[in-house]
Design a protein around this ligand. Structure first.
Ligand code: NAP
Length: 507
């Protein structure tokens, strides 16, 4: 028997706010999408607010008959905000039962303090979820954890900080072998496992109604609509992006939007990877079929590949990995194609003259792409050695910064981070150095960088890095799925996210 039901009922919306009015508002929002709701009574500022909120809940207005409420009044000792003792916690859980809560969450610290009695002797909600938290690490775990059929509790939850991806895998394994068990890997490294917990057998997955408030949380909206955690199975094809940092990545939005549009049984997850070996050991466990690689792993992934596309080996960077049937890894580079697709809409590349500013990984992909497509390429970078090395590799030239005031180009490409966080508002070049027909910024966040603004002011055509980002991702899609991506909704999703970011930056 599934304790909380099936499908969407296993996604538990978490409602936590300081006032009764805000809590009620969040409950109404939660019930629009979910029918299982955790009420964090400990988050309410005072007993008066708790009483007010439970009175509102008890009236049951607008509450759908099939909603399941789980009351939590976690004390500080158990990692919550409630300052009262065990007796007061039990008092509020009792009140919650009267207001209609069918479940309560009782932390192990409280259970230990009940003097020789069973929690069943208290008039708390009829169903009890025993919760065990470790906010520091994932502890040693048993092989399985099954609450006795007629014991004091109905289900057990372990919420543990995943310091590594392997930690989160251990918790998933426990979900696979246990009944009536809730696995909550915490922290950003645990986020993919948090999304996959339901398919591994966890009875619930938690998601805050309002935007995520801690690393590793996934908002209710994203859990249901972006990741579709409740419909994922062991057959679902798992893809992802690895990097550090990773929380800002738009790749999960982009690819999951595509899977939804195509009705594909696939999911794309963001993996915070500090250590490549840690991630690679978890690839079979998650059943990952392919992944995108971003900073700082684009070079270091090369030594883990069984086979590498020769062009990516020449560039010295891989941004796309395919996990083959036998588990071995094949790597290629779609940044290369991304640059070409983005630029060729505005420029006949063959026979053109291009300047690339910077000599890092993206500059190398751009330089190889343009020179192999027939352009003459010049490199200008703050480290002359790196510029010379790249120029030699592609048969191009190195230009010192002072030459930019006199030399002319068809296109100038920025491949430095100047213009993105923490350099927003800064341009790598001054207007007098923009002697060209087209300026392309590889940066896509923000979409309109200071460099592109300066170019537009001079009447120069501009290409945003978002065009490259989209084109390289579309190419990845083809590598992984051998099908064409639904470009229109994917593009719309990314542009909308960038617009909303620009809007919140402006206000
Ligand atoms: P990277 O390997 O770290 O290379 C960065 C380059 O910029 C290096 O040449 C570096 O010089 C130079 N640089 C860094 N800070 C500088 C500064 N303050 N002044 C002058 N030069 C500076 O990074 P990457 O992977 O090539 O990425 C470069 C840019 O491309 C990033 O903004 C990234 O977001 C963007 N990108 C976009 C896409 C896309 O799809 N649109 C894809 C990949 C990358 P040193 O070697 O001296 O540090």
């Amino acid at each position: 028997m599934k304790l909380f039901g099936t499908g969407l009922r296993r996604i538990c919306a978490v409602v936590a706010a300081p006032t009764a009015a805000e809590m009620s508002k969040l409950v109404r929002m939660a019930l629009r999408h979910a029918s299982t709701v955790e009420l964090r009574l400990d988050w309410l500022d005072s007993d008066a607010e708790r009483a007010r909120f439970l009175r509102w809940l008890g009236k049951g207005k607008r509450r759908p008959g099939n909603a399941t409420f789980l009351a939590t009044c976690r004390r500080r000792e158990g990692g919550g905000k409630f300052v009262g003792g065990v007796d007061r916690e039990l008092y509020w859980l009792t009140q919650a039962r009267e207001a209609g809560c069918q479940w309560c969450d009782l932390e192990v610290e409280t259970l230990r303090k009940l003097p020789g009695q069973s929690v069943r002797e208290y008039p708390v909600p009829p169903r009890v979820l025993l919760s065990i938290h470790d906010f520091e690490r994932t502890p040693d775990l048993p092989r399985s954890m099954n609450p006795p059929a007629h014991g004091a509790v109905d289900a057990v939850k372990i919420a543990a900080e995943a310091r590594t991806i392997r930690d989160s895998v251990r918790l998933l394994r426990l979900a696979r072998t246990s009944k009536n068990f809730v696995a909550v890997p915490m922290g950003e490294a645990g986020l993919p496992a948090r999304i996959l917990a339901l398919r591994e057998g966890s009875a619930l997955a938690y998601a805050p109604v309002a935007a995520a408030t801690a690393p590793g949380q996934v908002s209710l909206d994203d859990m249901i609509h972006l990741y579709r955690a409740h419909v994922l199975t062991r057959r679902t094809h798992v893809f992802g992006v690895i990097g550090d940092p990773i929380s800002h990545s738009l790749s999960p939005l982009l690819h999951n939007t595509g899977y939804v549009a195509r009705r594909m049984d696939a999911v794309f997850l963001p993996f915070l990877v500090r250590n490549l070996a840690d991630f690679l050991s978890a690839v079979p466990e998650f059943g990952i079929r392919g992944f995108s690689v971003t900073l700082p792993h684009k070079q270091s992934i090369l030594k883990h590949l069984a086979e590498c596309e020769p062009l990516a080996a020449d560039i010295g960077a891989v941004n796309t990995v395919v996990v083959r049937g036998d588990g071995s890894l094949y790597g290629c580079n779609t940044d290369y194609l991304g640059v070409l697709r983005a630029l060729e809409k505005k420029l006949l590349i063959k026979g053109s003259r291009a300047l690339i500013v910077g000599a890092g990984g993206a500059a190398r992909a751009a330089a190889f792409a343009l020179s192999r497509a027939g352009a003459t390429v010049a490199i200008c970078a703050r480290r002359e050695k790196a510029a010379k090395e790249l120029a030699r590799a592609i048969g191009g030239e190195v230009l010192p910064r002072r030459a930019l005031r006199t030399e002319s180009f068809d296109a100038i490409l920025n491949a430095t981070p100047l213009g993105m966080h923490p350099y927003v508002g800064i341009s790598p070049l001054v207007p007098g150095e923009l002697r060209c027909r087209i300026v392309m910024d590889l940066i896509y966040r923000p979409q309109r960088t200071q460099l592109l603004k300066l170019a537009a002011q001079k009447g120069i055509a501009t290409v945003s890095g978002v065009e490259m980002f989209l084109a390289q991702a579309f190419a990845q899609w083809k590598v992984w799925t051998h099908t064409r991506p639904p470009e229109v909704p994917m593009r719309q999703a990314v542009l909308a996210a960038l617009r909303s970011e620009a809007h919140s930056r402006a206000h």
